[in-house]
Design a protein around this ligand. Sequence first.
Ligand code: GLN
Length: 275
Amino acid sequence: MTETVGEAIRAAAERLAKTSDTARLDAELLMAHALGIARSDMLLKAMRDAAPAVFPDLVERRSSHEPVAHILGRQEFFGLELAVTPDTLIPRGDSETIVEAALEAAPSAGRVLDMGTGTGALLLAFLSQREAARGLGMDASEAAIAVARGNADRLGLGERAEFRLDSWLAEDWTVGLGQFDLVLCNPPYVEDDAALDPDVSDYEPAGALFAGPEGLDDYRAIIPQLGKLLLPDGIAVLEIGATQADSVAAIARDSGFESELRHDLGGRPRALILR
Ligand code: GLN
């Protein structure tokens, strides 16, 4: 007898439980992708249909730790559907904290810079909530810039978003950038020798993750330049690792900034607002 969608999801969830903390959700997302329909429609209408032939291959990929976002080629972030490739960090729910902090701390920001924009997630989420704002996303990866540009255009935000290939590790990178009301940044901040989940270490770009022995190298490069990049009342909102609040606040203090800490929904330190 042919397996139904419902039965195939149940079996896949059991199999994926060995390698994923979100096995049931993963199985549902992969099945909806295989069927080419929204997950909600599948749960309501399609559970008794025959499972599509491509499904086992998707489950096989996921059980080898390939992220669901890579298999689907997209990830939801702050209510936006973003294209994702192996060239970009997959936008995390925890990073929505950065957007929320920015919307609250810089409600009328007109000019926004997103440093290390990746998929464009932080910048596009902010622009989607503030119709008068315009932004510049910079990234050291040409492939990431192409992904971000595609996302901006697809979401109808392309007119208000520019992208620029540049690295804050280069000499004189601030020249010609201009000044901003708001700087957003989710830099690499993982310690070089940290043991990451294979979902991350085997599939996501190392350049977006690792930042020296303490994970602080990129903050040390970025923060001293913020004075030049911010307009007089401008602020910066930086994502930080859960144990880095004090170290990053100290780097900020050396450059003359006060820091305010924000936590993510899991209660971990996640963002610093610099003024
Ligand atoms: N939060 C990410 C992780 O732990 C790290 C993101 C980053 O370095 N910016 O996988």
